[in-house]
Design a protein around this ligand. Structure first.
Ligand code: HEM
Ligand code: HEM
Length: 166
């Protein structure tokens, strides 16, 4: 049995998709904490300075919008790879199936998180302290869930990449 019985490029859309997911998440996480890189609204440009946070990126959209766009585009590419696979019974296939489920859950959870964010901001603007407290607790719980899903995606991806092609 030849080692590559299917087109060897079949993992490429997924590789690019996973790259987009990582890039969209890393950019948000770094700019949110102003670690290495900060993001400011404005016409596109990059300024590099010798002091922290070293890099200032100017762009027309918020880092959260980049997070949404990159993770959704990355998910679509990963799901194209998933849909073109034929064997879901192997360990690689089961890890792939797990990742597909986790990715769909992550995207649904992302939209829910965005909804909670909006509610929280509205409560803060209207100075509704009870609602503000409720949505703060909800957001904290949601974030734990969203990040836990991201962690399980990483574990499944590690398994998938370790056994794929066996
Ligand atoms: C860096 C990212 C990835 C790379 C490089 C990659 C690569 C590969 C390769 C080379 C195969 C074997 C050939 C094939 O069956 O088409 C494969 C199989 C598979 N992949 Fe991926 N993959 C990646 C991510 C993903 C993701 C995110 C999912 C799920 C959304 C997934 C689901 C699957 C499934 C279900 C299979 C079939 C398993 C089998 O044939 O034994 N992969 N992958
Ligand atoms: C594969 C898909 C995704 C992955 C792996 C992912 C991963 C993450 C991670 C790790 C964080 C925490 C960042 C940090 O605080 O340092 C985060 C935050 C967040 N994500 Fe996602 N995400 C995905 C998709 C989405 C989508 C599709 C949306 C919205 C439509 C979304 C909305 C959010 C929001 C609102 C936060 C901010 C939480 C906060 O800072 O309060 N995510 N995401």
């Amino acid at each position: 049995m030849p080692r590559f019985s299917r087109p060897p490029s079949s993992g490429s859309p997924a590789s690019f998709g996973v790259f987009l997911i990582f890039a969209g998440t890393a950019y948000y996480a770094l700019t949110k904490r102003r670690l290495i890189i900060e993001h400011r609204k404005g016409s596109p440009g990059i300024v590099v300075k010798p002091e922290r946070p070293y890099i200032t990126v100017f762009g027309p959209v918020y880092p959260m919008t980049i997070h949404h766009a990159f993770t959704i585009a990355g998910t679509i590419l990963a799901l194209i790879h998933f849909a073109t696979c034929t064997d879901y019974s192997t360990l690689a296939g089961k890890a792939g199936l797990g990742m597909a489920i986790v990715l769909i859950l992550m995207n649904i959870s992302g939209f829910y998180g965005r909804y909670v964010h909006v509610k929280l901001e509205m409560a803060a603007r209207k100075k509704q302290s009870e609602r503000l407290k409720r949505f703060t607790v909800l957001l904290r719980k949601w974030k734990l869930f969203h990040v836990a899903l991201a962690g399980s995606f990483l574990i499944l991806l590690g398994i998938h990449l370790a056994v794929v092609g066996d």
